[in-house]
Design a protein around this ligand. Structure first.
Ligand SMILES: Cc1ncc(COP(=O)(O)O)c(C=O)c1O
Length: 451
């Protein structure tokens, strides 16, 4: 398909994407036709390293052979099924997932998207606790359904949508590189958490229900809460009778170097977790997982959540196959190895070209925060854009993320099956792209000086 045809379809038949948003200007980006492993190919035959794993749904690699063969086989026997009767792939997935969940998590229900699962998790927590108010991080993101998950996606600017769900409020994100209280960890003794809960108590409109957070905040700029933070948060949440919900959409099933992102901290035991993204190996399926006690209490109080396609055999079979791939191919270990290689390479790039304020993340969820000056930490939004553009020209795709108005974090999410050679190639492209951005910056400064 040529560019003029693409433009015609976009202009005539597509609901437009807001120009200034991260999905703006789609028509001038590559149009994809094929994908395999850690690469995608566009209509012009150019192949890119996909260091965003599609929309993070391809963390097992695109078209993983085990997933493709499972989907093909299941399609031939049963593609769609009623949810008013059980089907075998659905039962198998409940058991497969239940057996890998850290206890006391054990029970699951299936939905289609990550947003669905978080919406249902909040409903479940409300029914189980009898509470209403739900807290989330001010740099968090939990979905795009029109009421609950958007309202709790504080990093997507709640002012963009008119109706905000009642009983939703933010607490400060423990963003140590840019501490909102200008303190340093660990001497801060987690004042951000203490102050946030003092404020939350004053704001609660009734009995609180839950806190929801990502073990590593992805869209907010790959922010890793400091050691001990989640345990301290749990200690605030529990005495208030609130449920702890952890959104493992981007951190679950191997991506951070452990099976679940919350397992990096000892003593953390969430009441509910949600999984989505690569859970279906590339197909859309999500799960809400909870303890038997929470599930039973919520259901006794009227909780239910479902979708027409939530128990489709083909999606459930893909879910079981994806867990098998993660476990059998030891992808959590592979993620940890990729983390090390990427962090070493990115740190070296920072030493060579400057701009790098912070290299962070876990496993294959990595962020590089760019600043114009390491002391003032001025966000280098322009350089981030220039590096992303140049890297795309050289054959590497990744996204820019950040908190609030900053878009200065290069976010890398390579598939867990990415080879060392592919990681090295990505690092070489980044090295060139940083050099290019630094040159462009020097020329621009010389131009300004000459004026
Ligand atoms: C942490 C997190 N939770 C939930 C979602 C929403 O998932 P979905 O787009 O599948 O509804 C996202 C989307 O990127 C996410 O990053």
């Amino acid at each position: 398909m040529d560019r003029s045809k693409v433009r015609e379809i976009v202009e005539t038949f597509m609901v437009p994407t807001q120009k200034s948003s991260y999905m703006g200007g789609l028509e001038s980006r590559p149009v994809l036709v094929a994908s395999r492993g850690s690469t995608v190919t566009d209509t012009e035959g150019k192949t890119y390293l996909d260091f965003q794993s599609g929309q993070m749904g391809a963390a097992l690699g695109h078209q993983h052979p085990r997933i493709v063969s499972t989907i093909n086989e299941t399609m031939l026997s049963m593609m769609h099924s009623t949810k008013t009767m059980l089907n075998v792939p659905r039962l198998e997935l409940h058991e497969r997932l239940g057996r890998i969940l850290p206890r006391p998590l054990q029970k699951s229900l299936f939905l289609v998207s990550g947003s669905d699962s978080n919406e249902a998790a909040v409903d479940m927590a409300r029914k189980a606790t009898g509470g209403m108010d739900v807290l989330g991080f001010h740099a968090g993101l939990h979905g795009s359904t029109s009421l609950i998950t958007r309202s709790l996606s504080f990093n997507w600017s709640r002012s963009k949508h008119s109706a905000v769900a009642p009983g939703t409020a933010a607490i400060l994100t423990p963003y140590c590189y840019r501490c909102p209280l200008r303190l340093s960890f660990p001497s801060c003794e987690l004042q951000c958490l203490k102050a946030s809960f003092e404020l939350a108590d004053a704001n609660f409109t009734g009995k609180p229900a839950a806190f929801i957070g990502e073990p590593v905040l992805s869209a907010g700029g790959v922010i890793v809460p400091p050691k001990g933070y989640y345990k301290a948060l749990q200690d605030e949440v529990r005495p208030r009778g609130m449920a702890l919900i952890l959104d493992e959409a981007q951190t679950g099933l191997g991506k951070t170097g452990k099976l679940f992102g919350f397992q990096h901290e000892t003593g953390v035991s969430p009441d509910i977790i949600t999984v989505s993204k690569h859970f279906g190996g590339g197909l859309p399926i999500s799960a809400v997982c909870s303890t038997a006690e929470i599930a039973d209490r919520a259901v006794a109080n009227g909780f239910f959540a479902t979708r027409s396609h939530a128990a489709d055999p083909v999606l459930c079979a893909a879910g079981t196959a994806s867990i098998d791939v993660v476990v059998n191919e030891k992808l959590a270990d592979r993620s940890a190895a990729i983390e090390q290689r990427m962090k070493d390479g990115l740190t070296a790039i920072g030493q060579r070209h400057g701009l790098v304020g912070d290299v962070r993340g876990r496993g294959v969820l990595l962020g590089v925060e760019l600043v114009t000056d390491p002391v003032t930490k001025n966000p280098a939004n322009g350089a981030a854009q220039a590096i992303q553009k140049r890297a795309m020209e050289l054959g590497l795709i990744f996204q820019l993320r950040g908190t609030g108005s900053m878009l200065n974090v290069l976010r890398f999410v390579p598939p867990m099956t990415t080879t060392d050679a592919e990681v090295n190639r990505a690092l070489a492209i980044l090295d060139d792209s940083f050099a290019y951005a630094a040159q462009a910056d020097t020329k621009a400064r010389a131009g300004v000086a000459a004026q």
